[in-house]
Structures are given as C-alpha cells and as structure tokens.
Design a protein around this ligand. Structure first.
Ligand code: ATP
Ligand code: MG
Length: 393
C-alpha cells in the first residue's frame, strides 16, 4: 500500500492556550529536521490543530517512519491514503479498496469514524459513517461492525482531499526538543550517560555534552566512540555541541597529591566544575549525568552528595532509581547499547583505586583538595582553554 501523507498525533496535556502553538511549531521544526536526510520530499504543516506530513512523489516509507518514531512529542504516526475528492461514490470505492489491501485476512471488526473538516461537503459525518460502513460490509461479508471495541477504527477525513487511515504507529511521546531549554550532559563512553541524555531530551530539553579524555591513557578510539554515541543520541535530541576536554594533567596531579581511595570522587568533582563552566557559558539550565544510586562506590548517597556540592546548577540524574538491567533495556531500544559496550578504556578506570571510599565525608575531601592548591586553578583554566568543540549532527 502506498501512503501519501502521515497524520501526526501528539499529546495535548499541558499545552493549552498560549503554549500550544509553541509546542506545535517546535514539533513541526523537529519533524522537518528528522526528515532532512530521508529519501523523498516532504512538506510538514499544521492545519486545524493537527500536523501533517505530505510526501511528494516517491519516498522511503520505512526510513520515514523510523525517523518520525524518534521525534519527541509525537504520540502516534498514522499513514494516510490521500485521494482527490471525486464524489461520494468514488470515496466509497476508495475506502473499500483501502480495507481490502490493508486487511487481506478479513476476520476483523471495524467502526467508521468520519470527520468533515470541509463543512460544505454534501454529507455530514454521521451520514458518511453509515454509508461507508454499509459499503464495506457489502464488499466483505466476513467483516463485522463493533462500535464499542473495534479491531480497526477506520478514519475518514474530508478536507480539500479525502484522507483515509486506520493504523496508528506509536511515537516516542515526550515533548518536542527546544520547548524546555537545554542542559549539559556529562557523556562518557559507557551505557548510562547516553540513556540519561535521551531521557532528559525526551522532555523537550536540547542537549550539549562534555567528555573528559585522558590521552595517552585513553585512545582516539575511545574518543571516537563517544562521538559515535553523541551521534546516536542526536538522532533524538537534535544537533549536539560536544566539548572534548583534555583531563590528563588534572588527573595526574590529583593522583600525585591526593589519597588514592578518594581519587574518583575528587576527579568527579573537577569534571562537574568544568562541565558547569561550559554549561553556564552556553546558557544550559542544568547538568545531566548517568548516575544511579549505589551502582558503584562513586554513586552512593554520600558520593553523590560530594559530587553535587561543587555545582550551583541543578544536576539531573534521570537514571537515579533505575537498575542496570532497566538502563540496558532503554539503551537497546535507542540503539546505543552496541556502541557503549565496545571495549575501550575509560579515563576513570585507569586511575581507579582498589578500595575507593564509599562514604566520603565532604570535609575530608575538601581537606585533601587543599593539597592541589598550588597548580589546580591553572590546570583547570588550561583544560577549559584547550577544549575541542565537535558539532555532532
Ligand atoms: P556511564 O555508563 O555513563 O559511563 P558508569 O556506570 O560508567 O556510567 P561512572 O563511570 O561512575 O558510571 O560515571 C558516572 C557518570 O559520570 C556518567 O554517567 C557520566 O555522566 C559521568 N562521567 C563519567 N566519566 C566521564 C567522562 N570521562 N566524561 C564525561 N562524563 C563522565
Ligand atoms: Mg563510565
């Protein structure tokens, strides 16, 4: 079956009044962005509180649907057969042909749901419901009507043209990216942080990212893996400005000056500080990490408190209550898992202590950080000044 249009369904809760057109405009923009590289020509527009994607000529159906399934704010995608209005008899024939092709095995129940958007059409929606229903029953005696719980809700919309659809492909839900500001994701090469970015972005938040690498202890391949992950997240979140920070000298200095069981916490605190610097510079409204309570020593309640303490922006941890398996499930769904598990060293694993503190005391940590007084400000400044920016699309 060929479809000429997609009707886009979106959730309407919380988008009443003035916010509605902001939401819709953002959704139209995100849909256009998502279809930019898809084979075909599309025109995306809103009309009468609905959003339509018209496909001009040939296009790649599967790719189009896959792309739309990544646009936050979309609740459902309805492939539509769009026909010229050539009279009611022709409309009935078109609907019968549609049912025949869509449901080759006729063991279904259905209900017609007509909508007359063009008020000058000679029949009203009740009349369309009855007469089209009759035509379908006449053509296919095996098909039954069920007005309460039909298998197939057959929608007919009379606009300038006639729209026929019955299938709803689920979208990702959420809010269109750009309707809720942006935030800075601390993106490592692991499983968790890409999922964390996805989840916050799903609520309409644009994403920037910061990655700390430690050459030569971490390789170019490890960095490339992070760029690849950013690309996968960008399929949902839109373009991501990725900050790649050279963290080696800071890490070595901490290693040299501080108790080894506190290394991870102190390193984390400097990561947060530096990421926050870039976040504020670019107007991000919060930081995002992939932390989850108790997952590792640096993610106990005490450790999280110690890391949090250096930031003034809110730190969002969308995975906080997730078990690893639940995180893995999302990463598989969004297709980051396979990339995340590629075995490249991570800058934290190289400098980890055998027995890291699990209940760091902030005052003791601060005391240890005093050992860094001589050079740390200069090293942080240098890390910030030498940042490499990669625009990930
Ligand atoms: P992930 O799978 O996201 O790497 P993880 O389970 O390995 O997480 P940690 O290594 O403790 O956990 O990191 C916790 C969080 O700190 C990460 O989710 C990420 O947000 C941030 N983080 C860790 N290492 C880096 C890094 N090298 N660059 C940027 N952010 C990092
Ligand atoms: Mg990690």
């Amino acid at each position: 079956m060929t479809f000429q249009t997609f009707l886009i369904k979106y959730g309407e809760i919380g988008i009443k009044g003035k916010n509605r057109h902001l939401f819709e405009d953002a959704l139209v923009r995100q849909i256009r962005y998502a279809l930019k590289d898809v084979d075909g020509e599309f025109s995306v527009y809103k009309s009468q509180a609905r959003i339509y994607v018209d496909c001009e000529g040939d296009y790649d159906y599967d790719e189009t649907v896959e792309s739309l399934k990544r646009v936050f704010g979309i609740v459902g995608i309805c492939p539509v057969v769009r026909k010229e209005d050539e009279g009611f008899e022709k409309l009935k024939d078109d609907v019968v042909a549609y049912m025949d092709e869509m449901y080759p095995d006729k063991k279904i129940t259905f209900k017609v749901e007509a909508r007359r958007a063009r008020k000058t059409y000679p029949l009203n929606s009740m009349e369309i419901n009855c007469l089209v229903g009759e035509a379908v029953l006449e053509a296919f005696p095996e098909i039954r009507v069920d007005v309460h719980k039909p298998d197939v809700m057959l929608h007919i919309e009379v606009r300038n043209q006639v729209y026929i659809y019955s299938e709803i492909i689920p979208g990702p839900g959420g809010m269109p990216v750009g309707t809720n500001g942006k935030a800075m994701l601390l993106l490592s090469g692991g499983i968790d942080s890409p999922v964390a970015g996805y989840m916050v972005s799903k609520r309409g938040v644009g994403i920037e990212a910061t990655y700390f690498h430690a050459p030569p202890y971490t390789s170019e391949r490890a960095k490339q893996k992070v760029v690849d992950l950013a690309k996968l997240v960008a399929k949902y979140a839109g373009p991501i400005k990725l900050h790649v920070v050279n963290f080696t000298d800071i890490q070595l200095y901490i290693y040299d000056k501080c108790p080894h069981d506190e290394l991870t916490i102190i390193m984390r605190r400097y990561m947060m500080k530096i990421a926050e610097h870039f976040a504020k510079e670019d107007g991000c409204l919060g930081l995002i990490t992939g932390e989850s309570i108790g997952q590792v020593a640096s993610q106990t309640m005490q450790s999280l408190a110690a890391t949090n303490e250096v930031c003034t922006l809110p730190v969002y941890r969308p995975l906080i209550g997730f078990d690893k398996q639940e995180i893995v499930e999302v990463s598989e769904k969004i297709n980051t898992y396979e990339t995340s598990i590629q075995p490249f060293e991570d800058c934290c694993t190289i400098f980890v202590a055998k027995h890291p503190v699990t209940k760091p005391n902030i005052n003791i940590i601060k005391k240890s950080e005093e050992n860094l007084a001589e050079k740390i400000d200069g090293l942080v400044r240098q890390a910030i000044e030498t940042v490499e920016i990669i625009e990930v699309k």
